[in-house]
Design a protein around this ligand. Structure first.
Ligand SMILES: Cc1cc2nc3c(=O)[nH]c(=O)nc-3n(C[C@H](O)[C@H](O)[C@H](O)COP(=O)(O)OP(=O)(O)OC[C@H]3O[C@@H](n4cnc5c(N)ncnc54)[C@H](O)[C@@H]3O)c2cc1C
Length: 327
C-alpha cells in the first residue's frame, strides 16, 4: 500500500488550482497502487472544516490541517515531515510553482528523499509510482523511480488536471506541529499579483507573441513596442519556454498548459511552433510567423511566414505601422 500526501495551498477561502490538480492526480495514482491520497493544509482560521472537507471531491480521503502561517515554505516542510513520520506516506506530491519547488526540495533534504521536479506525467508501474519529466528542451523524457522510503514528485504548473466528482467529504485531522525555530522567523508581508496578470490575452483582437528567439527578457520590449503601435486591443503573449525562463509572466502563456486564444491576428516572433504551443493558438484567424529558421514547424501552419532576424524585422514593422497610422 502506498499512500500519497499532496500539499494544498490556500488563500482567502479558496484552494489554488495547481494544488487541486495535485490532489486529483494523487488520488488517481494512489488508487492504482492500492493506496489513498491525503492532503495537507497549513493556515489560519479561514481553513474551516467545511473548506477542508471539500477536498474530498478531488479524491482526498483525509485532510491533515496544521495551524500556522500560510504561503511560506518552512512551516509546510515541518508539517509534512511530521505527518509523513506518523502516517508513513510513500509519496509527497506538489502541483508545481515556486512554493512547491521550495517545499519539495526542503522536504527532500529533511527526509533524504528522492525528488523529481517539472514532472508532467505520474504513472503506476509494478505497484510503485514513477515520474516522467521532459528534459533537453522537452525533446526527451526522463523517468524517475524511487528506491523506497519517500519519493517526492513536483509537477509542472498546470500539468495535473483538476478532476472533481460528487463524492464524500474528506475527514479532517488536526495536527499539532512543533515548528522549527527558523520556520517562524519569516512572515508574509504582502501578496501581490504577478506582473501582467491583468492583461486580457483571451479578449485581444491582435496578439504579438514572443518566444525564445527574442533572446532575453529585454527582447520583449520589441514585442511590446509593436503591440503599442498596433493599437488598444492588442496584447503581448508568450511561449512556455520564456515563461519558464522568467522572461514574461505566466498570465501571458499560450498553449497546452497556458491559455487558448483565437484572435484575428496572431503574430509569432521567435517561436518554433511546438505542438503544445500550437494547440493554444491554432484557431487564430490569421497567423503570421517571423523566424530565422526556414524549417521551423510554425511555418507549416502560418498563413504568412517571414524568414529573417526578428531583431531587424520587428522594429521596422513597428515603424511602418506607426508611419501608416501617422502616430
Ligand atoms: C507537457 C508540456 C506542456 C507544454 N505546454 C506548453 C504551453 O502551454 N505553451 C508553450 O508555448 N509551450 C509548451 N510546452 C513547451 C513546448 O514543447 C516548447 O518547448 C515551447 O513552446 C518552445 O518555445 P519557443 O518556441 O519559445 O522556443 P524554441 O522552441 O526554442 O524556439 C525558438 C525559435 O526562435 C527562433 N529564433 C531564434 N533566434 C531568432 C531570431 N533572432 N529571429 C527570428 N527567429 C529566431 C528559432 O529558430 C526557433 O524556432 C509544453 C511542453 C510540455 C512537455
Amino acid at each position: 500500500m502506498a499512500d500519497v500526501l499532496a500539499y494544498v495551498l490556500h488563500y482567502e477561502g479558496a484552494f489554488n488550482k495547481n494544488s487541486l490538480g495535485a490532489v486529483s492526480e494523487g488520488a488517481a495514482r494512489a488508487r492504482e497502487v492500492g493506496g489513498s491520497c491525503h492532503a495537507v493544509v497549513v493556515g489560519g482560521e479561514s481553513l474551516t472544516d467545511e473548506l477542508c472537507c471539500s477536498l474530498g471531491a478531488y479524491g482526498a480521503s483525509k485532510v491533515f490541517r496544521a495551524r500556522g502561517p500560510e504561503g511560506l515554505a518552512q512551516p509546510v516542510i515541518d508539517a509534512m515531515a511530521n505527518v509523513i513520520d506518523e502516517h508513513g506516506h510513500s509519496y509527497a506530491l506538489f502541483g508545481g510553482g515556486l512554493l512547491g519547488f521550495e517545499i519539495g526540495a526542503g522536504l527532500a533534504a529533511r527526509r533524504h528523499a528522492g525528488v523529481t521536479m517539472e514532472v508532467t506525467t505520474v504513472r503506476a508501474q509494478d505497484g510503485e509510482l514513477v515520474a516522467e519529466r521532459p528534459i533537453l528542451q522537452d525533446s526527451q523524457i526522463s523517468v524517475s523511480r524511487y528506491r523506497g522510503g519517500l519519493g517526492i514528485i513536483i509537477g509542472r504548473i498546470n500539468a495535473f488536471e483538476v478532476v472533481s466528482r460528487d463524492g464524500g467529504a474528506a475527514e479532517v485531522v488536526d495536527v499539532d506541529v512543533e515548528y522549527s525555530p527558523w520556520s517562524t522567523r519569516a512572515t508574509m508581508v504582502t501578496r501581490g499579483e504577478q506582473r501582467g496578470a491583468d492583461v486580457d490575452i483571451e479578449g485581444a483582437d491582435i496578439l504579438v507573441a514572443g518566444g525564445r528567439g527574442l533572446g532575453k527578457a529585454d527582447g520583449f520590449k520589441l514585442a511590446e513596442a509593436l503591440a503599442a503601435a498596433l493599437g488598444p486591443n492588442t496584447a503581448v503573449a508568450a511561449t512556455r519556454a520564456v515563461v519558464d525562463a522568467g522572461w514574461y509572466p505566466y498570465a501571458a502563456q499560450i498553449g497546452q498548459t497556458g491559455k487558448t486564444v483565437a484572435p484575428k491576428l496572431y503574430l509569432a516572433a521567435g517561436i518554433s511552433g511546438a505542438i503544445q504551443h500550437k494547440v493554444g493558438m491554432q484557431s487564430s484567424e490569421s497567423i503570421v510567423a517571423i523566424n530565422k529558421d526556414a524549417n521551423a514547424p510554425i511555418f507549416e501552419f502560418a498563413d504568412l511566414g517571414i524568414v529573417g532576424d526578428l531583431n531587424k524585422i520587428l522594429p521596422k514593422l513597428t515603424e511602418a505601422i506607426k508611419a501608416r497610422k501617422g502616430s
